[in-house]
Design a protein around this ligand. Structure first.
Ligand code: DGJ
Length: 740
């Protein structure tokens, strides 16, 4: 790995074994880009890649030169108004109303390691030799603004992270009306673009389409990253698939409004832009103030989509998630929500917990309904003290009884919200996001607290801090059940109203940071009506996320398959629930429900009191199975094999860190008359190694080229939605003699 600056050609070369990224100072002092992609050899210069030619209807930079235009030059952090007519990375409004800027190269520094992003989630390093960071300083002399573009190159990963930072050093106030995290210009447009879309209950479905000329984009203006779109896109070559070919993944480490856009110019160049959505955004900078954009993570893969995903998984598991829970086994939990909703008391909770103990559950979670007047979803949010009628011995009473059962105890909170029927609202009616002369929209009868305000922040912090310090809590599910509307704050002056969405998210991060620092033993799981805020920003604070409120095993195949494009199995809360499924009324077997949920942080979300003794016995076996192979599911290398978006037969596999155990999940959606015998070809095995499967020995190359033959396993009882989980153990010669 190295980052080199060539003083003569003014080129920066960033390269490691996997990728090269070449930047240069352009003739006008702006920063240009010459190459990003698979590793290429060191050249003394790549400036031959700059286009210098005359074209009609083109604006040139220098009066005596008809060869250099910004429109036909790949720029690093593009500006608008001086010759590049595409949408820019940023826009500054000066005090005279001008939106022009001219950021020229000033200086650079290269440091070992990776500096932290203050107040924002980010990927980190543990040792300085894991990465190098290049910071390039540019200056606009007219508005007296400095721009720092930061690039971190990881030594042994095909990963570059980027961010931008604006600092106003002049006396004049400026307003940033657009400040994306990056633009990246690519020289052609021969790509399919991939994104994860959906809605509540069907989050992160994979969408793939060829690029077309003009703009294609996804975004959120909902105040959170949202169920509808995820802050991630990838470009893949049309021939690339799950297992081979070139793919570039872009993941924004942010949880609020975002824009992810691909713009193909008439000249077939492609500009990828990602960052905070400019709609409604404006940030004022006074003298000495700084604006820091969120971080973008770029992964380059020449091993197809799985190659990209595996890099994201490793990076996010080990260098985004933090704290003791990063490396600890995630407990198997039972959550009482689907069993009870708001209808519970101490006796009911303890009866369910006792039952949970008998089957081996490790963590009991008491969901919504334990606080204030929370007997339904019209009341209580904002009042984070126990409802004594339901729970007379308080949270600690319940927690200690659950601890006596030798289980951990977890609790649900939704600290960003308030119901009008609450003490908090009655005392502070102006603490909602709202405009004083306009009505407010509600969602699930709740309103968003104006967390951008310091007094609101302090109140919520004090309440949750008290809750966590006075009670023996091991796990918190932090929910957020509505999108933001009327994002106006009576606390701020008119010049700061464009900052509210971002200030809100900054204070959500601040609240998380304070609580995880003070209570490091607590495992946090984020949630937003299921997976409405499943993003890397949240994972920096909460190591796992409730993947979706939709717990139907068949629907979950798509949700988990899509989520795995970016997010590791360990980060996905995956639970077995009752049938008929609450969301889609489908009947699936307990086996299939578990066979899907194993591929995540496993748990249950059903009423064990009503379960039959056969069901309880099966659940006990499932829990033992997961405990035996938890390290494989949570730490292993995951590969998607057959997609639920294209096939009737769905498959995925995970290989343990020591490569000794392989677990393959196979799901047959609809039974077919006179069905075919299928073969599932595995990936990533050692070709000559021997693997034991169902008492028979196979060679790695056999399993990868011929595959596992699927016959009777999926024909059981001739039913829809049959599944099977295969466990293969690698056997070394010294383990004994095997027949092959
Ligand atoms: C939405 C979550 O996704 C559910 O799991 C549950 O916690 C409810 N909120 C509680 O209100």
């Amino acid at each position: 790995m190295a980052i080199i600056f060539n003083e003569t050609t003014k080129e920066f070369h960033l390269f490691n074994d996997y990728l090269s990224y070449v930047l240069c100072v352009l003739p006008n002092g702006h920063l240009g880009q010459l190459y990003y992609g698979k590793r290429v050899s060191e050249q003394s210069s790549y400036t031959y890649l700059l286009e210098k030619r005359q074209r009609p209807l083109t604006a040139y930079v220098f009066e005596d030169d008809e060869s250099f235009s910004l429109q036909h030059t790949r720029q690093e952090y593009a500006s608008y108004g001086t010759g590049d007519f595409s949408q820019p990375a940023f826009e500054i409004i000066s005090s005279d109303g001008s939106r022009l800027s001219d950021f020229k190269f000033e200086s650079y520094r290269i440091v070992d390691g990776k500096p932290n992003l203050k107040g924002l989630p980010h990927v980190y390093v543990e040792k300085d030799n894991e990465a190098q960071t290049l910071e390039i300083l540019l200056k606009d002399v007219v508005s007296e603004t400095q721009l720092c573009l930061s690039y971190t190159l990881f030594s042994n990963k095909p990963v570059i992270t980027r961010n931008a930072r604006f600092t106003q050093f002049g006396q004049e106030k400026i307003r940033l009306s657009r400040a994306l995290s990056m633009t990246l210009d690519l020289p052609d447009s021969d790509y399919d673009w991939i994104h994860l879309d959906g809605a509540w209950g069907r989050e992160r479905h994979i969408s793939i389409s060829p690029l077309h000329k003009g703009i294609q984009s996804i975004y959120s203006l909902k105040g959170s990253s949202s169920s509808e779109h995820n802050p991630f896109i990838a470009l893949k070559r049309p021939q690339a698939d799950e297992h081979q070919g070139e793919v570039i993944g872009f993941s924004l480490v942010y949880s609020g409004n975002f824009l992810a856009q691909v713009d193909v110019t008439p000249f077939e160049q492609t500009r990828i832009s990602m960052g905070i959505h400019p709609e409604g955004f404006e940030w004022q900078l006074d003298n000495g103030e700084t604006f820091q954009t969120p971080e973008i993570v770029m992964v380059y893969s020449d091993r197809g989509l799985n190659g990209m995903s595996q890099e994201f998984h490793m990076l996010y598991n080990k260098r985004l998630v933090r704290g003791v829970w990063r490396d600890k086994k995630r407990p198997i939990l039972l959550n009482n929500w689907e069993a009870m909703t708001f209808d519970f008391n101490e006796d009911k909770i303890l009866a369910l917990a006792e039952k949970a103990k008998t089957v081996g559950v490790e963590l009991f979670v008491m969901d919504d309904g334990w606080f204030g007047e929370r007997n339904h979803d019209h009341a209580g949010l904002g009042d984070w003290f126990v409802n004594q009628e339901k729970l007379p011995s308080g949270i600690n009473g319940i927690a200690s009884k659950i601890h006596e059962l030798d289980m951990m105890f977890g609790l649900w909170i939704e600290p960003e919200m308030v119901n009008k029927d609450s003490n908090l609202y009655r005392q502070h009616p102006d603490w909602l996001l709202h405009h004083p002369k306009r009505s407010q929209s509600h969602s699930r009868h709740q309103f968003t607290l104006d967390l951008s305000r310091e007094d609101v922040y302090q109140n919520i912090y004090q309440q949750i801090h008290r809750l966590l310090s006075e009670n023996a809590i091991d796990y918190i599910k932090w929910d957020m059940n509505r999108y933001m509307t009327e994002a106006f704050s009576v606390y701020y002056s008119k010049n700061h109203q464009g900052e509210i969405f971002h200030r809100y998210i900054l204070n959500v991060y601040r609240l998380y940071e304070a609580l995880i620092t003070e209570f490091p033993h607590i495992l946090f799981e984020s949630c937003s009506s299921g997976g409405g805020r499943f993003d890397p920003g949240m994972l920096y604070y909460a190591p796992q996320t409730w993947t979706s409120d939709n717990t139907d095993a068949i629907e979950r195949l798509k949700i988990q398959y899509g989520t795995s494009l970016v997010y590791p199995l360990k980060s996905m809360g995956c639970h077995v629930s009752d049938v008929p499924n609450q969301q889609v009324k489908r009947l699936t077997s307990l086996d299939t429900r578990a066979n899907v949920a194993y591929f995540g942080s496993f748990g249950y979300e059903l009423d064990l009191i009503k379960a039959t003794s056969d069901e309880l016995e099966k659940i006990k076996q499932q829990i033992t199975f997961y405990q035996n192979f938890r390290h494989v599911f949570q730490e292993g290398n995951f590969t998607r094999l057959l997609s639920p978006f294209q096939n009737n037969l769905v498959a995925w596999q995970v290989i343990s860190e020591d490569e000794k155990t392989i677990i393959v999940g196979i799901y047959h959606l609809l039974i077919q008359a006179n069905g075919v015998a299928s073969r599932i070809q595995l990936k990533g095995l050692v070709p000559d190694a021997t693997y034991l499967l169902n008492g028979k020995i196979y060679r790695g190359n056999e399993l990868m080229s011929i595959g596992i033959l699927i016959k009777e396993e999926l024909q059981e009882n001739y039913k829809d939605f049959v599944s099977h989980v295969f466990v293969l153990e690698r056997k070394d010669e010294k383990d004994g003699n095997f027949e092959t």
